[in-house]
Design a protein around this ligand. Structure first.
Ligand code: GLN
Length: 302
């Protein structure tokens, strides 16, 4: 008796899988999901399937794939289904307690790293930077900075214990040392140390922008990491900037990811607080997305 009466050629399953998803996703995206799962579950790439058209799925595999398919139909993000994603060329574990790292945030990391490179070149004895990431979530910012500035000491705060557990695993996975701290930044009076870089991608989506947010984000990603009240959208930025006034080293630099509609408001906030060298940057989509500033007018190191 055949124990696997329903085994099926992977190529045939692929056609069916993509077809079932095309009412929700475009065909290219559905196809990319198929290959991401294939790589994760069977360590097979597109080329393997082309070279070995006889490959098939067992009945058990079909059960697993069908369940993933059902969840994709419900628009659960593929990153949560696979439990991982990549950010700045590194692997990160993700789950519903952390935001899925975004490409815009990679641009922020890139800005920090290129600033650091310029400083290092003009001032080679600069080392041992102290970096603080506030609202670290999966740890993507803190960990990619620690990985790319090996001489730095990196600290990361989050209010969510579950997020920190994930961030901790990610630090291990990427072989870096980050000190994680469970703390509510809105209730923090003092950061207790001086930092050369303070960075944050805090919650910044206003309730009034909920309509713009995709269903897969709204239904699955942690609202704690996303939303702020319409009447006080910059609450985290104000608090973090206040802490930075006390706890940013003399030549230190503050970096934020921001709400694309609040670039001007962010400049106003930082100017009023007497920050200098304020620079607003756009992301690859042309939206105001990140801002940086210093405490001092003249700074020749971070
Ligand atoms: N950029 C994220 C989004 O569009 C929001 C991130 C945040 O609130 N910090 O969903």
């Amino acid at each position: 008796m055949n124990r696997y009466p329903n085994k099926m050629k992977i190529k045939e399953y692929r056609t069916q899988f993509i077809q079932e998803l095309t009412s929700i996703y475009d065909a290219g995206e559905a196809e990319s999901f198929f290959y991401l799962i294939l790589e994760e579950k069977k360590q097979l790439k597109r080329i393997d399937l082309a070279l070995r058209p006889e490959l098939d799925f067992s009945e058990e595999e079909i059960v697993v794939w069908n369940s993933i398919l059902e969840q994709l139909k419900k628009e659960i993000p593929i990153q949560y289904l696979l439990g991982k994603t990549s950010f700045y060329g590194l692997d990160f574990e993700v789950n519903e307690s952390v935001l899925i790292p975004r490409p815009e945030t990679e641009e922020l990391v890139d800005w920090i790293l290129s600033t650091n490179r310029i400083i290092q070149e003009s001032n080679p004895e600069t080392s041992g930077l102290k970096i603080l990431d506030i609202g670290t979530g999966s740890g993507c910012i803190a960990i990619s900075l620690a990985k790319n500035i090996p001489s730095s000491q990196v600290y990361a705060i989050d209010v969510s214990e579950r997020a920190l557990a994930t961030a901790n695993k990610n630090a291990e996975l990427n072989n870096v040392n980050v000190t994680f701290i469970n703390q509510n930044i809105l209730e923090t009076q003092d950061l207790k140390q001086q930092f050369d870089i303070i960075v944050s991608n805090p919650p910044y989506v206003r309730n009034l922008e909920k309509e713009e947010i995709k269903k897969n984000v709204l239904d699955n990603e942690p609202h704690l990491a996303l939303f702020v009240e319409d009447n006080d959208a910059l609450i985290f930025y104000r608090k973090i900037a206040e802490l930075a006034q006390k706890n940013l080293s003399e030549k230190g630099q503050l970096f934020f990811e921001i709400n694309q509609y609040l670039g001007k408001e962010m400049i106003d906030l930082l100017e009023k607080m007497n920050f200098k060298k304020i620079e607003l940057r756009k992301d690859i989509y042309g939206n105001d997305r990140m801002i940086s500033c210093h405490c001092e007018e003249r700074s020749n190191r971070i």
